[in-house]
Write a protein that binds this ligand. Sequence first.
Ligand code: GTP
Ligand code: MG
Length: 309
Amino acid sequence: MATPTSPPSTETSAGFVALIGAPNSGKSTLLNALVGAKVSIVSRKVQTTRARVLGIAIEGRAQIAFVDTPGIFAPRKRLDRAMVAAAWQGAADADLVAVLVDAYGSVRSTDRETEAIVAKLKESGRKAVLVLNKVDLVNPPQLLGLADRLNREGVFTDIFMISALTGDGVGDLRKHFAKAMPPGPWLYPEDQISDMPDRLLAAELVREQLFEQLHQELPYAITVETEAWEEREDGSVKIDATIFVQRDNQRAIVLGKGGERIKAVGAGARKGLEALFERRVHLFLFVKVREKWQDDPERYRAMGLEWEG
Ligand SMILES: Nc1nc2c(ncn2[C@@H]2O[C@H](COP(=O)(O)OP(=O)(O)OP(=O)(O)O)[C@@H](O)[C@H]2O)c(=O)[nH]1
Ligand SMILES: [Mg+2]
């Protein structure tokens, strides 16, 4: 997959930028804005992103591979630990680290998750770029106070104020990242924007709809797998995906009254898939109970996570 395909020039550069931050700070929204396509799912809920997601952009002669990561928080459960470990691994492997902060949520005081991230960067001596996100929701004086407070930590080389949602400031940020990439051949084909296989992307879009459409009753540990992918002669594709829950009552929640809920989830996911794959999609969803999947190493591998013993 990673065949070097540089244009005929010696001035190319390429590298990895990890986006880390507290849950819900807008990392996936920013990844999509930087790449200019939806490669990572987004929701109003925390802990939407479960594993590392790569989104690739080209800026001038630089190819930048952005690594979206799960939110960093104090983990308790095994799945939480695997997610947070994946986030820090993403940061460790990158040429540059960007820390996202929800400026709106941090106006009064920095959240505990961000404080812990700053502390860990300090401890490791690693410098990072600070990205204050959601500036569309904050007024300038409040923003400056926050920037000043975080700047005093001494771990940030640069501070950017952006809105991943409106795109405000995203172009400048991408240019900054491009300048910081080490010289060398491109790492991926020019037209590649993600490293996620289509089957996984399909499962992720279903999970996104579940996160958006199930409210307080969302079983947080819900997971989705694509079971079948069938190319049809008319150019459309038939996708079977299974939603795994841990208990019977969760199955009922996902199905909804008379199957209303699952129908709406399927309709939303199908719309997203058709936009993404630019073709007709027939999506069939199944809901199964798989009690102890959180203790099954194989499920973690399927999600792209390491088993944290
Ligand atoms: N108003 C506003 N909302 C934003 C902005 N960026 C992201 N959001 C919203 O914040 C919520 C969380 O966005 P995500 O991109 O899923 O956040 P994340 O950091 O990837 O979250 P996890 O994967 O759960 O760690 C979504 O509802 C986004 O629409 C922004 O610049 N302004
Ligand atoms: Mg995310």
